[in-house]
Design a protein around this ligand. Structure first.
Ligand SMILES: Cc1cc2nc3c(=O)[nH]c(=O)nc-3n(C[C@H](O)[C@H](O)[C@H](O)COP(=O)(O)O)c2cc1C
Ligand SMILES: Nc1ncnc2c1ncn2[C@@H]1O[C@H](COP(=O)(O)OP(=O)(O)OP(=O)(O)O)[C@@H](O)[C@H]1O
Ligand SMILES: [Mg+2]
Length: 496
């Protein structure tokens, strides 16, 4: 069988594992249900196309085992249903029909909505299980397993999701490795295809071109699969790194800052990040509604996150992020949104670069993220992307320098610091130690509450760089003079 052979010959270990797991699910389903009792829901999309080939391979392997025959696969006897809609792309329709013909598939075209169509289908046929190309990350995948009964209110059948755990990259690795045809729209920048009314090419694949017609790279070049739905215009207009369109209606954006750490509560460790975060938020025009410190306890986190996420435009949470038993922040965030934690391969990949060979135990444990609601915000300055779950930003920073860096990246990646461009700023460099400048600086902060003061260093031994930001240049100059007065002349070098 050509698919089984192509995967067998590939040296992509991950793809092999994914393939074997999917084939296992398919073969289990074919053992549990007779061929008349299963159906394949095919719509010409990329995930569907992957599943088509997996099903063909799975059916072939299943049949081979039963009859020990070794012949080819000329026809595919699994009932295949396509819900054809007037708002489908013509390219999708053409591909669906074409694929059916190429692979000897008898297509059942249904021109009703999903629910009514399925009701009629199940009435007329002994179908008990339907294969779907649903993947983690799809909005409809939340809470689903590889075998999931249909939801209450839907006709009763088993949803079989062999590629539930496949990532965007796995999908493309499979289609390209097996060299199978897919819908032409994917070569024109479309990364996930809905109806003609809600789907455009993914702007992240746009190619700068002087000609009037915008050009796009093919779908397989999208580096962050999480953003595959960025081309779903109406339903997902806010997919890319904004703070939510509703929030823009407020005059002032509301933030909540949550720290998680038993050590802060016991006084063992002082929370420096909260203060810093509040200043930063204030400096870019946000109003911090509340700061809280919570125990390392899933329920405490979920309850607080749930409360704050509904009151505020954005919730910032830090502490309790990592693989230790006390690192419960992500589990709490997941619980607040009513989703589970699921392994995330792209995130795992980042962690693998960091921990590489030192890693013992199950790496997946470390790369679990709230399923279906997580967006990874990549930035070249960060070794691990920032985690955004709807309006909750999970910061991995454990000290102010790390926070400074994450904040910088966050403001670049989102519209958080939308007003920073209107701010005036000054950069001062000094070889004074942290201890020497800490108090004068915090005093300066009190004297100049309208001025944002930030500090960072490029290396541990290197100089400290002090940032002063505010809306009024004269006030910044006054603050600089105030600071300089507290020290001997010449200890600060004006960098700008
Ligand atoms: C064969 C099939 C079975 C489905 N079963 C369910 C189900 O059990 N529960 C449910 O909420 N939606 C079910 N759906 C609907 C999908 O979850 C989802 O709403 C749809 O695929 C998304 O399409 P849209 O993005 O065009 O709305 C089913 C869809 C199909 C095609
Ligand atoms: N109109 C439809 N007819 C039949 N099955 C459908 C239809 N729409 C969705 N499905 C089923 O739901 C699955 C998930 O749909 P989804 O749109 O997420 O994936 P896709 O269309 O295969 O790929 P893409 O994400 O690129 O659009 C499909 O793989 C298919 O099994
Ligand atoms: Mg689709």
């Amino acid at each position: 069988m050509e698919i089984d052979k192509a995967i067998g010959e590939s040296d992509d270990k991950r793809l092999k594992t994914k393939y074997n797991n999917a084939i296992f699910v398919i073969r289990r389903a074919l053992s549990l249900y007779s061929i008349e009792e299963v159906a394949f829901s095919f719509n010409g999309g990329k995930d569907s196309t992957v599943l088509l080939h997996l099903l063909r391979a799975g059916y072939f392997l299943h049949k081979k085992e039963l009859s020990s025959s070794n012949g080819g696969l000329s026809s595919f006897p699994v009932r295949t249903i396509y819900f054809e809609s007037p708002s489908a792309f013509t390219e999708i329709n053409a591909f669906t029909y074409d694929a059916a013909q190429t692979y000897g598939i008898q297509l059942d075209i249904i021109r009703q909505d999903f629910k009514s169509g399925l009701e009629a289908l199940l009435k007329a046929n002994p179908i008990r299980a339907i294969f779907l190309g649903v993947r983690i990350g799809d909005p409809t995948a939340v809470g689903q397993e590889q075998f999931s009964p249909s939801s209450p209110g839907w006709p009763p059948f088993m949803r079989v999701n062999p590629i539930l755990d496949w990532s965007y990259r796995d999908v493309w690795a499979f289609l390209l490795t097996c060299k199978v045809k897919y819908c032409t729209l994917y070569d024109q920048g479309y990364t996930s295809i809905g109806s003609i009314h809600d789907t455009v090419p993914n702007a992240l694949l746009s190619v700068n071109d002087t000609s009037s017609k915008e050009k796009f790279k093919p779908a397989y070049l999208l580096s962050d699969g999480r953003l595959e739905r960025a081309g779903r215009v109406k339903k997902n207009a806010s997919v890319k790194n904004d703070v939510g369109s509703d929030s823009q209606k407020h005059e002032v954006l509301l933030a909540s800052v949550i720290a998680v750490g038993d050590e802060i509560l016991s006084g063992t460790v002082e929370d420096q990040l909260g203060l810093s975060l509040c200043k930063k938020l204030t400096s870019v025009g946000w109003s911090v509604q509340q700061t809280s410190v919570l125990r390392n306890d899933v329920d405490s986190v979920s309850e607080e996150v749930d409360r704050q996420r509904s009151i505020c435009d954005m919730v910032f949470i830090y502490g309790g992020v990592g693989p230790l038993h006390s690192d419960v922040t992500l589990a709490g965030v997941a619980k607040a949104f009513g989703v589970r934690l699921a392994p995330d391969e792209e995130f795992e990949e980042y962690l693998r670069h960091l921990i590489s060979e030192q890693c013992t135990g199950d790496r997946n444990e470390m790369a679990q993220l709230p399923e279906g609601i997580t967006e990874l915000l990549h930035h070249e300055k960060l070794s691990v992307p920032l985690i955004k779950c709807r309006n909750v930003i999970v910061l991995a920073a454990t000290n102010t320098e790390e926070l400074e860096k994450e904040w910088e990246c966050l403001t670049e990646l989102t519209k958080l610091g939308g007003s920073t461009s209107l701010m005036e700023s000054k950069l001062l460099m000094t070889s004074l130690t942290d201890v020497e400048v800490a108090e004068p600086l915090s005093k300066l902060g009190l004297e100049f509450p309208d001025i944002y003061l930030g500090c960072y260093r490029k290396s541990r031994q290197g100089p400290i760089i002090i940032t002063l930001k505010g809306k009024d240049n004269a006030r910044i100059d006054l603050a600089v003079q105030g600071l300089c007065k507290k020290f001997k002349e010449g200890v600060f070098v004006d960098m700008k």
